[in-house]
Design a protein around this ligand. Structure first.
Ligand code: UDX
Length: 441
């Protein structure tokens, strides 16, 4: 009989996972407490931008293999394997992760389970949570449900979510029994048969893989951004530096992109929650370096504001600033902790007139930052601008013709916060081009 899979929480991770499971051939029921989200997904609409996801969602809604509900009883009755994919946002005013959605998902599901049921956590949680949730599950699930917990972290990147779900680099199974491992191997059989490595470990190690992967990636980015600060002090070029470092296979070229630094819904909050958790465990000294990683990252945003102010003649009053990019990275409409909007907001607060354009994230940006002005094209944003800031490296911006683009601006000055534009091209068209960590012309 085909496995029946449920996915609890249909945000970024859950919606993608539900579609991925349907693509693997399972009957899938997704649950969310948000009625509007369930209505949108049931109608084949993905409530955020992710390349390729909407097509696959429509395909599986059409095939009848994928449905959505708000009813935990229906989910409990339907599924053999239940994935918990709800969010763990940063708590207000502190670094720690807010576990209330994960706790509530497990508590709402448990009484409705029928056996044998495997509940699989995928959310990014403070290490130690799985052990606690396993006890809760045992308390609340009916005795004959034979309910078990497993931890199976998810590593998908926004913009590549479908690919990362169907063709992950690795699968990590945190389990306490052979039967849970066997169940997970069954669920992921098509992916494992394609050669994907599987690491089987205890709960705590599985939880740690996710946060330590994000800590490592953040550290790599802040490392190269620290080098950018030194480059700025000495007139060296961080782009050439990272290219050369990347040729060393032990270092690798990925995540050495110097610029405005990292943002989004994962890296910043995950390193902070990791530090908070290490503190609770008495291991805070082990992660003090992450404070520095965070600080380097935030300094890049201030540096961009300083550069923009300098280009505006020392102050923003009466100056128009065009901002290209609002999403935290290209191919996403996600603006959570977006470095681009943070810079735009700081300039606005200091008296600048900021107009923002983004190919996909404008609606989200308007809701979150209503005081900023928005434009429907890069050209409209740049009209009358004293300086243009390139803050999210969408392909559309790389393809701009600097000569034509310069026709409406007040001054041809561009600051490349992502080191993604070609300096020679822009300078040849009469622009003053400046970037983070690179020498002036
Ligand atoms: C990240 C992890 O990559 C993923 O494995 C995890 O599951 C969730 O968090 P995501 O948030 O989608 O994924 O974005 P990612 O592509 O990792 O980029 C994060 C941030 O780092 C972006 O703001 C990006 O602009 C920035 N970045 C990335 C750099 O500044 N330089 C780089 O070289 C790479």
């Amino acid at each position: 009989m085909t496995l029946r899979v449920t996915v609890i929480g249909t945000g970024y991770l859950g919606a993608t996972h539900a579609v991925g499971m349907a693509e693997l051939g399972y009957e899938v029921l997704g649950l969310d407490v948000d009625v509007e989200k369930v209505a949108a997904l049931s109608a084949g609409r993905v409530p955020f931008y992710e390349p390729g996801l909407e097509e696959l969602l429509a395909k599986h809604i059409g095939s009848g293999r994928l449905r959505f509900t708000t009813d935990f009883a229906e989910v409990g009755a339907f599924g053999d394997v239940h994935f918990v994919c709800v969010g763990t946002p940063q708590k207000k005013g502190e670094f720690a992760a807010d576990m209330r959605y994960v706790d509530s998902a497990v508590e709402s599901l448990a009484p409705h389970l029928h056996g044998p049921a495997l509940v699989v956590g995928k959310s990014t949680v403070p290490v130690g949570s799985a052990g606690r949730l396993a006890e809760r599950l045992e308390e609340l699930a009916p005795a004959d449900a034979d309910a078990e917990l497993a931890w199976n972290p998810e590593f998908l990147r926004e913009g590549f979510a479908v690919k990362d779900t169907l063709h992950p680099d690795r699968l990590v199974f945190g389990v306490e029994s052979g039967s849970a491992e066997a169940r997970l191997r069954e669920v992921y059989a098509p992916i494992i048969e394609a050669g994907t490595p599987v690491v089987v470990c205890d709960f705590a190690t599985a939880e740690l893989v996710k946060v330590s992967a994000n800590a490592f990636l953040s550290t790599k980015i802040s490392f190269i951004n620290a080098m950018a600060e030194v480059c700025e002090a000495v007139g060296a070029d961080v782009v050439r530096l990272s290219e050369s470092l990347g040729h060393d296979e032990r270092i690798g070229r990925k995540f050495l992109g110097a610029g405005l630094g990292f943002g989004g819904g994962c890296l910043p909050k995950d390193i902070r929650a990791f530090m908070a958790r290490a503190g609770e465990l008495g291991a805070d000294q082990a992660l003090t370096f992450l404070r520095e990683v965070d600080a380097i990252n935030m300094r890049r945003r201030s540096k961009m504001v300083d550069l923009a102010r300098e280009q505006c003649g020392g102050g923003f009053l009466g100056r128009r600033v065009a901002v290209l990019g609002a999403a935290f990275k290209p191919d996403s409409d996600d603006i959570r902790d977006s470095p681009a909007l943070n810079v735009a907001g700081q300039i606005q607060l200091q008296g600048g007139q900021v107009t923002v354009y983004d190919p996909k994230a404008l609606d989200n940006a308007r809701k979150m930052y209503p005081a900023l002005s928005y434009a429907e094209s890069p050209q409209e944003a740049a009209e009358g601008a004293h300086v243009v800031l390139h803050l999210t490296e969408w392909r559309e911006f790389r393809e701009l013709d600097p000569a034509a683009f310069g026709e409406l601006v007040a001054d041809r000055r561009i600051l490349d916060g992502r080191n993604a534009l070609d300096p020679e091209l822009w300078r040849a068209a009469g622009w003053t081009y400046r970037a983070l960590g690179r020498p002036n012309a």
